[in-house]
Design a binder for this molecule. Structure first.
Ligand SMILES: NC(=O)c1ccc[n+]([C@@H]2O[C@H](COP(=O)([O-])OP(=O)(O)OC[C@H]3O[C@@H](n4cnc5c(N)ncnc54)[C@H](O)[C@@H]3O)[C@@H](O)[C@H]2O)c1
Length: 346
């Protein structure tokens, strides 16, 4: 039997455990897996592009477990009343190849992306950073806000979206969550005085969400929305002024903000900073940039945590997903007339 966590179960888990605990534990799981980076199979995701979006498979494995996520990115889905990003994930035992855990990953991806952003900022932002700007107030945005509050103690959010309904939704969702929200009329005023700037917009273009003159000394940039070829958020000049940190370099050169830069543009992989093998921020006035695109090891860590939380809380179902004939070679016996009749009667 395969352990299964659907949308109802993950909602109950987050309600029972509390989002702050889920996010801080997610940061711990991510950090632990980034520390053992060399133990993972690391390949860029397989991306199938179409005019309206992208569908991606993100696999990895360590010695014991294999995982993959199915995820899309369709920025114009909103016009059809659909989400931009939806996902499902699976974990299997490496030794037998048998799936052991199947899960919804739309909420889980939002939690893991936010926790990953907070983990990067923990190592890269100025330690006294308390104000964050968020540009793009869609599905991911409140998760980002919650993670930065829980992990870094961010107290003030200066926010902007082109869509005033998205801003109203964000303000509503953040009410009573221990942060001060300042809704801004334009992106320039949102970034004013912010120690951290998160860009998390969705479009399928090389957009200029931040221009060079909007980024002051000492700021940490958390660029989340540029994660596909031809889909970026930052003006190129910002990259030349910043120290850039990535997940897997070869994937980010295709998908991240640095797709705008030459192939030898210098970057540091985050696992090196987390393991203390490369410096993170070295000066107060340095501009640091986490060029986030999302990598399979993060989904592995997220599935690992959700599986543990499901077991701890008892919030899961078991699925009759994998055949288990008494004689492993007698698969046909499961659909032979007598067995089929027994299955129908059951
Ligand atoms: N890096 C990662 O690991 C990762 C993970 C998940 C999602 N993403 C990306 O994050 C982005 C946001 O995802 P989502 O699910 O929140 O999307 P969403 O469609 O729910 O929200 C996007 C928001 O951005 C706003 N927006 C668009 N253009 C803007 C602009 N020029 N200025 C200000 N706001 C603007 C929209 O009005 C909308 O509210 C997507 O591009 C997605 O692909 C990245």
């Amino acid at each position: 039997m395969v352990q299964f966590v659907g949308v109802s179960e993950i909602r109950r888990i987050v309600a029972q455990v509390g989002i702050d605990t889920v996010l801080t534990r997610m940061v711990d799981y991510l950090e632990a897996d980034f520390r053992r980076w060399d133990r993972f199979e690391r390949i860029p995701r397989l991306a199938s592009h179409s005019p309206g979006g992208v569908i991606e498979l993100m696999p990895t494995q360590d010695d014991a477990l294999y995982s993959f996520k199915y995820v899309n990115g369709h920025p114009y889905n909103f016009e059809r009343g659909l989400q931009t990003v939806v996902a499902i994930g699976l974990m299997a035992e490496v030794e037998t190849g048998y799936p052991v855990f199947l899960s919804e990953m739309t909420i889980l991806t939002a939690l893991r992306t936010a926790a990953m952003s907070a983990l990067a900022a923990k190592h890269l932002a100025r330690p006294d950073a308390k104000t964050m700007a968020i540009i793009g107030l869609g599905a991911q945005s409140e998760f980002q806000a919650a993670a930065f509050r829980a992990v870094l103690g961010v107290e003030t959010l200066r926010v902007y979206d082109v869509d005033s309904a998205a801003t109203a939704k964000f303000v509503r969702n953040m009410a009573g969550r221990g942060v001060r929200v300042i809704a801004c009329e334009e992106p320039g005023s949102a970034v004013m005085g912010a120690d951290i700037v998160t860009t998390v917009t969705a479009d399928k273009v090389q957009a200029t969400i931040l221009s060079d003159n909007m980024v002051g000394a000492g700021v940490h940039l958390n660029a989340v929305g540029g994660d596909c070829p031809g889909k970026t958020e930052l003006q190129k000049d910002i990259l030349s002024r910043a120290s850039v940190f990535v997940e897997l370099t070869e994937q980010t050169r295709i998908e991240g903000e640095i797709q705008q830069m030459p192939a030898d543009f210098p970057v540091t992989e985050l696992w090196q900073v987390i393991r203390g093998e490369a410096p993170g921020r070295t000066r107060r006035d340095e501009i640091t940039l986490f060029d986030s695109v999302g990598f399979a090891v993060e989904d592995f860590a997220a599935l690992r945590l959700l599986r543990d939380l499901a077991t701890e809380t008892g919030q899961y179902e078991t699925l009759d997903l994998i055949t288990s004939p008494a004689d492993p070679r007698d698969l046909f016996g499961l659909i032979a007339p007598a067995a089929a009749a027994a299955a129908q009667a059951a």
